[in-house]
Design a protein around this ligand. Structure first.
Ligand SMILES: Cc1ncc(COP(=O)(O)O)c(C=O)c1O
Length: 155
């Protein structure tokens, strides 16, 4: 049953998805993606965006911007760098060979309804691929591939 479901999901999802990991909540997906990225790259540096929201567990909260959600739970994961959402130059500079992952929403939901420009997302896709880093597309609010055509999520 699980393998059939995974296979079907792989077929209906956009892109060439070869692996599926089933979970119940957005935070589980993000926690797992952050861990998969570390395991796959051997790096810890994670890039997130100003006004981004990724959930309230410790890993996901480490990549969430708002202080209001984060106080008084410090300290969080080290080596998380926040860049302005939409700033192509800043994200290009931030992504380097030590980057494990960029985690980003195609449309920021909790931080206001802020859609990313296609150029911003395309830049992240290309720069993470070039650096061997994971792109974690947090589509908890926007649905799988619903707002994007930037290529599949990859680790
Ligand atoms: C963008 C985003 N990521 C992650 C989460 C966490 O998802 P869940 O509440 O299903 O764990 C949310 C919840 O609102 C969200 O908006």
């Amino acid at each position: 049953m699980r393998s059939q479901l995974s296979e079907t999901l792989g077929h209906v999802a956009p892109g060439d998805i070869e692996k599926v990991w089933l979970c119940n909540f957005g935070i589980e997906a993000n926690e797992a993606a952050l861990k998969f990225a570390r395991a796959a790259t051997g790096s810890t540096k994670t890039i997130a965006t100003v006004r981004g929201f990724h959930g309230r567990t410790m890993g996901a909260l480490s990549t969430t911007w708002k202080d209001k959600c984060k106080n008084p739970y410090e300290p969080f994961l080290e080596n998380v760098e926040f860049v302005q959402y939409g700033d192509v130059d800043a994200i290009t500079t931030a992504i380097d060979d030590n980057t494990a992952a960029v985690i980003v929403e195609p449309i920021q939901g909790e931080g206001g309804i802020n859609p990313a420009s296609p150029n911003f997302m395309k830049t992240i896709r290309e720069a993470t691929t070039e650096a061997g880093a994971a792109l974690i597309l947090d589509e908890v609010q926007t649905e799988l591939g619903g707002q994007t055509n930037f290529g599949p999520v990859s680790v």
